[in-house]
Write a protein that binds this ligand. Structure first.
Ligand code: MEV
Length: 429
C-alpha cells in the first residue's frame, strides 16, 4: 500500500478520495468505478431474496479510517456509521498510536460454542458422566452432521458439560447444558453449529434420559477472544494547557471510574463499540451477535465494567489493552453478497477471521482512546459539534458548497442547532 497517496485524505473531495484509494492500492479499478458511480447499495433483487417483505435498502455512510498500523502493517479501515465524529476520532487515535509503532494483536484460537440444553434430568452427576464417557462419539456425530466444515479443516473439537442450578432463585428448575466447541474456520458458524446441535441432540437425550429443550449456537464467544494493545508515549498526548503526563493520568483515572461504576462503564464501552460496530457492519457481520457477546463479557466479574485497561508502564508511557469475544466471520451471510461488504474486505486486504478479529479489537481500542482523551481534556463537544455542524447544515436544506459555508458559520454562532442553521442558510439565499 502506498500511503503517501492518502495524506490529508479528509481534505480531498469525494472524487479525489476514491481515486487516491485506487492509486494507493487499497481498492481495485473496478471498485473505484463502483464507488464513483455510487453503486454500493444492495441490488434490489438480492435484497428481495434476503428477507421477507423486502421494500428497499436502508443506507449508512460508508467511510475509511486512516493511519492504522496493526502488527506492523498499514491498514485503511472501512466503517459504516452515521455518527459524525467516529471515523475522524479513530483516525486521530490511530495516528497517536502509529507514532509509537501502532497496535499489536493476539488471537490464539477461534472456536465457536454450540449448546444442547436438556430438561428433565434426574441424576445430574450421572448424566454428566454418561456424556463425558461418550465424548468422542458425540463429537463424531456432530462432525457427521456437517461434514463440509470437517473437509474445510474445521469441526467439533471439544466438549464440556455445565449443570445449570439457579442458586439465587429457588423456584427455578435445574437444566443440563452440553457445550460443543467447534472450529468454524472462516464462517461465523451459526448455521454449522445449529445443524450440529440438532444432529447430536437425540443421542444426548438417549445418554442422559433428559429432553433437549434448546439446540443452538451460543453467541457468547469466550473461545474466540481477540486482544489489541498499544503504547503511547506520554508527551504525544499533550494538548492545550494539559501536559502529556496529565492527559495520560486522566485517561487512566477515567478508566478506573469505568471499572468501578457501571453507569460510566456502559458509556465508555459504547464508545468502544462505535468503532467495533462500524467495522462489523461494514464487513457484513452480525452486529447483534457481537454486541450481545461483548456486553456479557464486560459483566464476567459479576459487575458490568470497562472493557479497556489503560495503565502506565515503567517508561511513563500510556499502555492500553482491549480483549473482546468476537463471533464474526469472513464468509457467509451478507459478507459475500453485499457490494459494500465485499469492498470492505478488499480494503482490509482480505484478512482471515482471526486477523479480522484483531482488527476489530484494535479499532475498539483506538476509538476508546480518542473518546476518553477528548473527555478528560477539551470535552467531547468541541470535536463532535464541529462535525455535527455539517449534519445540521444538511438537515436545514444546505446543498453542495452551502454545507461547508453554513457549518463554518454555525460553529461561530452562539447556539449550534437546526434553527440557527436555517437562519444562516436563509441569509445566504
Ligand atoms: C459517544 O458516541 C461515545 C462517548 O460517549 C464514549 C465515552 O463517553 O467514552 C464519547
Amino acid at each position: 500500500m502506498d500511503t503517501s497517496k492518502l495524506s490529508k485524505f479528509y481534505r480531498k473531495t469525494l472524487h479525489e478520495k476514491i481515486e487516491s484509494l485506487y492509486k494507493a492500492g487499497v481498492i481495485t479499478e473496478a471498485e473505484q468505478t463502483l464507488l464513483l458511480e455510487g453503486r454500493l447499495d444492495l441490488p434490489a433483487d438480492t435484497g428481495d431474496n434476503m428477507i421477507e417483505n423486502y421494500l428497499g435498502n436502508f443506507s449508512l455512510p460508508f467511510g475509511a479510517a486512516m493511519n492504522f498500523v496493526i502488527n506492523g502493517q498499514e491498514k485503511v479501515i472501512p466503517m459504516a456509521i452515521e455518527e459524525p465524529s467516529v471515523v475522524a476520532a479513530a483516525s486521530f487515535a490511530a495516528k497517536l498510536a502509529g507514532s509509537a509503532g501502532g497496535f499489536e494483536t493476539t488471537v490464539t484460537k477461534r472456536d465457536m460454542i454450540g449448546q444442547v440444553t436438556l430438561k428433565g434430568i434426574i441424576d445430574y452427576d450421572g448424566a454428566e458422566r454418561a456424556i463425558m464417557n461418550s465424548k468422542q462419539a458425540i463429537l463424531d456425530r456432530a462432525n457427521e452432521a456437517h461434514p463440509s466444515i470437517v473437509k474445510r479443516g474445521g469441526g467439533a473439537r471439544d466438549l464440556e458439560v455445565r449443570q445449570l442450578h439457579d442458586e439465587s432463585q429457588v423456584n427455578l428448575p435445574s437444566f443440563l447444558s452440553v457445550h460443543v466447541h467447534v472450529d468454524t474456520q472462516e464462517a461465523m458458524g451459526a448455521n454449522i453449529i445449529n445443524t450440529m446441535m440438532e444432529g447430536i441432540a437425540p443421542y444426548i437425550e438417549e445418554l442422559t434420559g433428559g429432553t433437549a429443550l434448546l439446540r443452538i449456537l451460543s453467541n457468547y464467544a469466550t473461545e474466540s477472544l481477540a486482544t489489541a494493545r498499544c503504547t503511547i508515549p506520554a508527551h504525544t498526548l499533550k494538548t492545550g494547557h494539559f501536559s502529556g503526563e496529565d492527559v495520560r493520568d486522566r485517561i487512566i483515572e477515567a478508566t478506573q471510574v469505568a471499572t468501578i461504576d457501571p453507569y460510566r462503564a456502559v458509556t465508555h464501552n459504547k464508545g468502544i463499540m462505535n468503532g467495533v460496530d462500524a467495522v462489523v457492519t461494514a464487513t457484513g457481520n452480525d452486529w447483534r451477535a457481537v454486541e450481545a457477546s461483548v456486553h456479557a463479557f464486560a459483566s464476567r466479574s459479576g459487575q458490568y465494567r470497562s472493557l479497556t485497561q489503560w495503565e502506565k508502564n515503567d517508561a511513563g508511557d500510556l499502555v492500553g489493552r482491549l480483549t473482546l469475544p468476537l463471533p464474526i466471520g469472513t464468509v457467509g451471510g451478507a459478507i459475500s453478497i453485499h457490494p459494500a461488504a465485499k469492498l470492505a474486505h478488499q480494503m482490509l486486504g482480505h484478512p482471515n477471521a482471526m486477523e479480522l478479529s484483531g482488527i476489530l479489537a484494535t479499532v475498539g481500542l483506538a476509538q476508546n482512546l480518542a473518546a476518553v482523551r477528548a473527555l478528560v481534556t477539551d470535552g467531547i463537544q468541541k470535536g463532535h459539534m464541529g462535525l455535527h455542524a455539517r449534519s445540521l447544515a444538511i438537515s436545514a436544506g444546505a446543498k453542495g458548497p452551502e454545507v461547508q459555508h453554513v457549518a463554518d458559520q454555525l460553529k461561530k454562532a452562539p447556539h449550534m442547532n437546526l434553527e440557527a442553521a436555517r437562519t444562516i442558510l436563509n441569509s445566504l439565499n
